[in-house]
Design a protein around this ligand. Sequence first.
Ligand SMILES: [Zn+2]
Ligand SMILES: [Zn+2]
Length: 188
Amino acid sequence: MRSITAFDLQYAHRFYGFKGEAQYLHGHTGVLTIEVEDTVNEGVNMVFPCNEIQKTAWAVLKNFDHALILREDDPLLPAVLDVYEKQGIRNGHPQNQMKGEAFKTELATAYPDCRLVVTKETMTVEGMIKIVYDLLKDKLNIAKLTFTSGVNAASAEYETSGGIDRCPLCGIALDEQGVCPKCGYKKK
Ligand SMILES: [Zn+2]
Ligand SMILES: [Zn+2]
């Protein structure tokens, strides 16, 4: 069975070099849906608590919310950074508080201090799914990701390995020692 959680992400981007109106900077509210698959954990009668999926995923996804997402070769990138630098907001601002954990993968690098994500490929809905799977595949048993943004939508399904030991009292994943990081339950 699956536990399903959705997130709203508001972001600005453009398709650099694309022949169409998407080559101009514009914004979206995108919806990312994460489906986590496993057996129903008998102790709590859930696959995985959705608030825990939220917590784990949002730590990373926060980087995309109210953020600018540009491809690494987009000439807007140095131009925007130059303006942020001159304004003194490139390396953060007291009112920039809802920041995610910075990350760097093959596909994308997040700069939470200036609410920017730089991507290797154009940030289409398909591109977003590739980036998100790469960021979360080791943390969640992801069976499917769906991303919709405006009239565009994409989804991808994945083989899940299953077998993540979960706490029978609160449902979250046990650590390597078989201990629940939330309630301290220890696997016998
Ligand atoms: Zn767009
Ligand atoms: Zn627990």
